[in-house]
Design a protein around this ligand. Structure first.
Ligand SMILES: *Cc1c(COP(=O)(O)O)cnc(C)c1O
Length: 458
């Protein structure tokens, strides 16, 4: 197909939309290490997970064999409200960079929650409803996940209780109001509504909370209330499975025009959007059918892949969640307060960790001022104000396109544009005012955090 025939936006028709999710683990020879029970050190069984998570989601979490899971019709119906998401040929960015590279991005910000998180929120709410539950609980930091989940719960008429880190609850009221508009109850954490919250408040009066503490509260409420379960918006295998819709659509759109990417780039917090974007491409790579360069991009202030170690660790600061073998900075690691670009999680999806460990993908760490520079360049030519998280991927896509300019190579680059930045304007303000600075943790800081890793599997 000649160059001029490739449209600015490649859409799929309803008939062309994927109808199954794809599970990369089915094609992995080295499977990710199992989740362990923190008490016994033994692999977690379905019955141990069932009091916390929905039954069908537990099955998806533990299933390493089934490559394709049909997407239930109710979920497909919801997906149709905002999917397929466009695959955009970044002609304007290419022009601006004067690069021979061909750049495409998959834009997931076209829904009210403003990010890809809705793809899994709707699936998790559906399975909770199907099980006859009354509601779900979760934690949220800045609020993207809580927003997506409240939209999904209102659609299926489920109660949604969101524990929002107190400092965000007070400083970032806008996402909170979106959640309340969709009917969720949003509680600043720590709160006096839970045992663990009251304990933390007694020990640390006036604390502004943390994600770990909010998780502890959400899990307590889910396990102590009849008809409730806890849901999580990243890291878990079930979330990567649901997010595979991103990659499957991307691949279908590229295939339609006979385009084969050389490079796929995505930002990595807990790994869900990246795991979803690369899924079908990694599948081909694992089966030896094709090869792609795959790059995870993380903040230099929270560099799990590039400076973390591959070990069992708690998924949460509160040490109540299962142990997962992953690239981690230690469950105690908290990125510097001046880090404004998101992607703050200390660990990484177990599946992506294994793939990285086996050399099937690479990773780069980027400092936040250069992330916001890339965000600004992109916004000015492509029109979309990107989320700071997404801008990590933009930065590396631009770097790679500029390398092509040096070498004259016409590489095809695909990156994930996970969301919009309308609720992140405080971070943009810091950047625009020139008050944003870069912080890179020292080796000593990381060593101190590694020293607190649980002693398992050694
Ligand atoms: C949550 C979020 C991310 C990071 O989460 P992953 O699980 O690593 O995908 C990236 N971009 C946006 C816009 C987000 O809201």
């Amino acid at each position: 197909m000649s160059e001029s025939k490739i449209p600015y936006k490649i859409y799929l028709s309803e008939e062309e939309m994927p109808t199954s999710w794809y599970n990369m683990r089915a094609d992995m020879t080295n499977k990710p290490a199992p989740l362990l029970n923190p008490g016994t050190g033994e692999p977690l069984k379905a019955e141990e997970l069932a009091p916390i998570f929905c039954e069908e989601l537990v099955q998806q979490e533990l299933d390493e064999e089934t490559p394709y899971t049909p997407i239930p019709q109710e979920i497909l119906d919801f997906y149709r409200m905002y999917r397929p998401s466009p695959l955009v040929r970044a002609y304007c960015l290419e022009e601006k960079l004067q690069t021979p590279a061909k750049i495409y991005y998959k834009f997931e910000g076209n829904n009210t929650s403003g990010s890809h998180k809705l793809n899994s929120a709707i699936a998790q709410a559906y399975y909770a409803k199907k099980q006859g539950l009354r509601g779900v609980t979760t934690e949220t930091g800045a609020g993207q996940w809580g927003t997506a989940l409240s939209m999904a719960c209102s659609y299926f008429d489920l109660d949604c209780k969101v524990y929002m880190v107190k400092v965000s609850y007070e400083q970032k009221p806008f996402r909170r109001e979106v959640m309340r508009t969709y009917g969720a109850s949003v509680v600043p954490s720590p709160s006096d509504t839970t045992e663990v919250g009251r304990q933390i408040l007694a020990e640390h009066p006036g604390t502004t909370g943390s994600l770990g503490c909010a998780i502890s509260e959400a899990v307590e409420v889910a396990t102590s209330n009849e008809g409730y379960r806890y849901v999580l918006g990243s890291v878990l295998n079930q979330v990567l499975l649901h997010q595979s819709i991103i990659g499957l659509e991307t691949k279908a759109a590229l295939d339609k025009y006979g385009i084969r990417p050389d490079m796929i780039i995505g930002c990595a917090g807990g790994g869900s959007n990246l795991g979803g974007l690369i899924a079908p491409f990694m599948g081909e790579k694992l089966r030896g059918e094709a090869d792609y360069q795959i790059i995870a991009v993380e903040p230099a202030s929270c560099p799990s892949f590039t400076r973390g170690i591959y070990a069992y660790d708690f998924c949460d600061t509160g040490m109540i969640c299962p142990l997962a073998k992953m690239y981690t900075l230690g469950h105690d690691f908290i990125p510097s307060a001046n880090h404004a670009g998101g992607l703050r999680f200390h660990g990484m999806s177990t599946t992506l960790s294994q793939l990285y460990h086996d050399g099937l993908m690479e990773a780069r760490a980027i400092e936040q001022t250069s992330v916001f520079e890339a965000a600004t360049t992109f916004a000015r030519v492509e029109g979309i104000l990107p989320a700071p998280e997404s801008s990590h991927a933009i930065k590396v896509a631009i770097d790679e396109a500029l390398k092509c300019k040096e070498t004259g190579e016409e590489k095809t680059i695909v990156f994930g544009l996970t969301g919009t930045g309308y609720f992140d304007l405080t971070a943009y303000e810091q950047f625009n005012n020139g008050t944003m600075n870069d912080y890179i943790p020292t080796d000593e800081e990381l060593e101190a955090s590694f020293a607190k890793l649980p002693k398992v599997g050694e």
